[in-house]
Design a protein around this ligand. Structure first.
Ligand code: BT5
Length: 325
């Protein structure tokens, strides 16, 4: 009932009378009063005024299943929400849950990852209470080769979510880093369980530095957080909800063609590498050139002095010639 009470209080800017809440949920005034007190104990500031009722004054920046459910506007993403304060990794958890049969659209969220993962065995830092670490579990009917394009779909949803929530215009460093002022604010890791021609499930993990203000030395020059770029505190649940809404819409568009044809233009408008000199860290043969945007399959077009090359995301990283971007 706490979820429903929160949602009811949010429906209006003014007060909701205790009587209305009793009638709506078919419970006693005492039951409502108890639920409101529990919400207060979890950090919600709720004002109670005689003869007027209850009003929500402020929402704490806590991640919880109740909070996420009470603000949820999506159709299917987050139909099931798994929240735990600490997880090894939301991607690992989502993979396990997928094997256990949890439905398409499940959202896995934590406050702290003990062993968050980046690509190719790298680490991802998620300090307690300061970041977003979440994973979408999907069971799409697509061919496995097309799955990596979903990383790009997710990166766009993150950029749009950040913009909607803060007005900040983030960019994307191909393929999966969301950056602000040339520093990384978000990383995305897509993993899959598949047969040769059939996807069992895909998990898309998104890590965002929200309030983090200290980073390990090895990447402190390359990393930033939303709060420090925005200059104000951002509510993590609200941002999660925004990103989910954008992802859901984009994902449905993606499924129509199973490629990024509909997104190329918009993605390229976010691409911080566009028309920049880049170094392609191909393990076999690194090379340099000018990045010219992505193809409908998500590959990066790079013009070298002699030819145009297509770079696919599985194999390589791209760096600016003089730094991370
Ligand atoms: C990524 O890898 O950027 C993908 C990160 C995905 C993290 C999410 S969190 C939820 C889900 N569960 C998981 O276990 N993972 C996903 P990559 O492009 O390989 O970048 C990794 C590199 O980024 C590291 O080697 C560090 O240099 C740097 N890094 C690590 N933590 C960072 C942070 N919090 N902010 C900025 N950079 C970071």
């Amino acid at each position: 009932m706490k979820v429903e009470i929160l949602a009811a209080l949010r429906e209006t800017d003014g007060y909701v009378s205790g009587q209305d809440l009793c009638e709506k949920f078919g419970v006693s005034r005492t039951a409502i009063w108890k639920a409101i007190n529990q919400l207060k104990l979890s950090g919600y500031e709720i004002e109670a005024v005689q003869n007027r009722g209850y009003r929500i004054v402020s929402t704490p920046d806590i991640l919880s299943e109740n909070e996420l459910r009470s603000i949820r506007k999506t159709k299917w993403l987050g139909n099931k929400i798994i929240y735990e304060p600490v997880m090894v990794s939301t991607n690992t958890k989502a993979m396990q849950l997928a094997e256990e049969g949890v439905p398409h659209g499940t959202l896995v969220v934590t406050d702290k990852q003990m062993s968050g993962r980046g690509r190719r065995g790298r680490k991802w830092e998620t300090p307690a209470g300061l970041a977003i670490a979440m994973t979408f579990l999907l069971r799409p009917d697509i061919i496995p080769n097309n799955a990596s394009m979903l990383t790009i779909v997710a990166a766009m949803a993150v950029v749009k979510g950040i913009e909607a929530e803060t007005g900040l215009r983030a960019g994307i460093k191909w393929p999966n880093d969301v950056v602000i002022n040339r520093k990384k604010v978000c990383g995305i890791l897509t993993e899959m369980s598949a047969q040769s021609d059939y996807v069992n499930h895909i998990v898309i993990g998104i890590g965002i530095n929200v309030h983090v203000n200290e980073f390990p030395e090895e990447f402190q020059d390359m990393a930033t957080s939303l709060d420090s770029e925005y200059g104000k505190k951002i509510n993590r649940s609200a941002l999660i909800e925004r990103i989910c809404e954008f992802f859901e819409d984009y994902y449905e568009v993606f499924l129509q063609t199973e490629d990024l044809a509909a997104f190329v233009k918009e993605y390229n408008s976010y691409l911080v590498n566009l028309n920049q000199s880049v170094r392609v860290l191909d393990p076999k043969e690194p090379f340099e050139g000018k990045a010219r945007g992505i193809t409908a399959r998500g590959e990066l077009l790079v013009d070298t002095w002699e030819s145009r090359r297509l770079v696919s995301s599985g194999e390589v990283s791209v760096r600016g010639l003089y730094g991370y971007v």
